[in-house]
Design a protein around this ligand. Structure first.
Ligand code: F6R
Length: 600
């Protein structure tokens, strides 16, 4: 149950457990709709026997509503075999019809149950569980991680993966499988990757990996560079709050030891030849949600420092619009989990067009990290709260590092300029800490706004992605309608939304930046205020003008213009956190969401 609790952030509309016990005819199973606590209650009332092997699942519904019946595991072979699944089996209708024609009865609406019955059919024909898994995965289309146990093989768990994550944990006298290392980090920090279309069989004594055809695969384990304490709340009431407070460390760790004595960026894996990076004429960033906003901040920096055009594309739109990508396009995939299916597919599409791909990823050994040509890890540590915070800041930092590296490599900046940029970045963690230490006013404001129905966020230049991120956090955590607009767009339509009392947050550019930009956004503040809006401004310390136009100003320390998002977003994260808390919502597991969106 500990492992399941750690994985609950990935999906939490139902949960279940199947165990192999001394009964060789049936596995023991409990499953319940709703959060894990419901399963815990069920188990307290109807405990399961001690197990020799077990599988457990927390679900984010795709096929079938979140009911007890649709919760995983699913049973087959008259209760002797149990299966759990992440992903979507795309050809499930045809397979279901085939099985029904053979007389198989289905107890749920899920695509998963199809895999269970297919597996049972092979085992009934005399195959071992692992052989049966290899046979059925050849017939399945789509994305899946499957784990199965069979009461007649009491010390074995078999797993398979295609396009969905699965990691192996190597313990002593025990081995583990999980969608994420957090599932078993309490027991071991030694992990093994499972690649695309591989099948794994674990027993307490050993692990066997094969490809789908049954050829044994040798794989070197890796050491997970954080421990179980990093995946705990550390004295904070929620993971979200803890992770917001982790941000100075996340940025500092992402920066640490990156640039060698020649000013060259140290990537964490893979390699793209300098000649290739010198010849690129365009960068396309592919990412989703918060990660895409990090891409937008990075775009401004890379274009300014390197004079290379940068596009930021939502990964799910990328391959469907026939983008112009080739060997001279550097594709940068940004993903906290490294398992977002939309981003994985964008990476594959880019590679098919011959583009080199750099991944900016937080999860070690994840699919995107593995498939990209080079990796720059954000060292934010495990992000458990479903809504992203510290990963966002670490992603922006990694984009800056990439920009600095390309600027150096391509001769856009002199070494002393590079050094000065790095020095400025190194000052950021302490400044984030100052924003955190001074957060009470924005939290107090949030507590008064629980009844708001809509909140608008305006920003310009690098403040625009910050405005969108502020709005996204509020939607996700507090279920309040929120929109982030470029401030310049206001007069082209959105200003019609302003009415008496409408709260508007404005991310004000630094007055030390382009003077005109500061004054233009000040004009935008005045325009909405004149129409009755309540204006709340995020401004740089020392910006005396800001207070003249705002009901309240939240100051952040001064920083180079391009780096300001690392500071200005923090009050907005805290605002959403506090408002959601005031409304009594679960900020770690907001409704309808899952941490890793491993389906397209
Ligand atoms: C928002 C959030 C999402 C993710 C997006 C991409 O708080 O968490 O918008 O940023 O789903 O996820 P990753 O970064 O794992 O690819």
């Amino acid at each position: 149950m500990g492992g399941l609790a750690r994985l609950e952030y990935r999906g939490y509309d139902s949960a279940g457990l199947a165990v192999v016990t001394s009964d060789r005819d049936r596995v023991g199973m409990r499953k319940k709709a709703g959060k894990l606590v419901n399963l815990e209650k069920e188990l307290a009332g109807r405990p399961l026997e001690p197990a020799t092997a077990a599988i457990g699942h927390t679900r984010w519904a795709t096929h079938g509503a979140p009911t007890d019946a649709n919760a995983h595991p699913h049973l087959a072979a008259h209760g002797r075999l149990a299966i759990i699944h992440n992903g979507i089996i795309e050809n499930f209708s045809a397979l279901r019809a085939e099985l029904q024609s053979e007389g198989v009865e289905f107890l749920s609406e899920t695509d998963t149950e199809v895999a269970g019955h297919l597996l049972a059919r092979e085992v009934d024909r005399g195959e071992s569980l692992a052989d049966a898994m290899r046979i059925i995965t050849r017939r399945l289309e789509g994305a899946f991680t499957l784990l199965a146990v069979d009461a007649s093989e009491p010390r074995t768990v078999v797993g398979a993966r295609r396009n969905s994550p699965l990691v192996i944990g190597l313990g002593e006298g025990e081995n583990f499988l999980g969608s994420d290392v957090v599932a078993f980090i309490e027991h071991t920090r030694t992990a093994l990757e499972l690649h695309q279309d591989e099948v794994v069989e674990i027993t307490p004594e050993g692990v066997t990996i094969t490809d789908i055809a049954g050829h044994t695969v040798e794989r070197e384990p890796y050491h997970v560079d954080w421990d179980a304490t990093a995946a705990q709340k550390g004295g904070f009431p929620t993971f979200m709050e803890k992770e917001i407070h982790d941000q100075p460390t996340a940025v500092a760790d992402t920066l640490r030891g990156r640039i060698d004595e020649h000013g060259r960026l140290q990537l964490d894996g893979g390699m793209i030849h300098e000649n290739v990076l010198n010849s690129i004429d365009k960068i396309i960033v592919v990412a989703c949600g918060t990660a895409a906003y990090a891409g937008l901040v990075g775009r401004n920096a890379i274009e300014h420092w390197c004079r290379i055009p940068v596009e930021v594309e939502l990964a799910h739109e990328f391959r469907y619009r026939d983008p112009v990508v080739g060997v001279k396009t550097l594709v940068v995939a940004i993903s906290q989990s490294g398992e977002t299916m939309d981003t994985i597919m964008a990476v594959r599409h880019a590679q098919q067009q011959g583009a080199p791909v750099i991944a900016i990823v937080n999860s070690q050994g994840s699919t995107i990290a593995r498939e990209a040509d080079a990796v720059l890890y954000t060292r934010a540590g495990p992000e458990i709260a479903v809504a992203s915070t510290k990963a966002f800041l670490a992603q922006i930092t990694a984009m800056f590092l990439l920009g600095i590296y390309l600027a150096e490599l391509r001769g856009n900046k002199f070494p002393d300029e590079i050094e000065s940029l790095l020095d400025q970045l190194e000052e950021i963690p302490a400044k984030i800490q100052r924003v955190l230490d001074a957060s009470e006013p924005v939290r107090a404001l949030a507590r008064t706004m629980a009844d708001e129905r809509t909140v608008l966020f305006l920003g310009r230049h690098v403040g625009y992605p910050v405005a969108m991120e502020g709005a996204l956090k509020l939607k996700e955590l507090a279920y309040i309608h929120a929109e982030g607009f470029p401030a310049g767009e206001l007069k082209h339509g959105p200003i019609a939304l302003i009415e008496e009392g409408q709260p508007v947050f404005i991310v004000l550019p630094s007055p030390r930046g382009r003077e005109s930009l500061h004054s233009k956004v000040i004009s935008n503040v005045q325009e909405v205020r004149a129409r009755g809006a309540r204006t709340f401004v995020i401004a740089e310390e020392g910006d005396t003008e800001a207070a003249n136009h705002a009901e309240q100003v939240f100051y952040v320390p001064a920083a180079p213009v391009l780096m300001t998002p690392l500071l200005s977003v923090v009050p907005l994260q805290l605002f959403a956190l506090e408002l959601a808390t005031a409304k009594g919502y679960d900020v770690d597991q907001p409704r309808n969401l899952a941490k890793s969106v491993t389906v397209e």
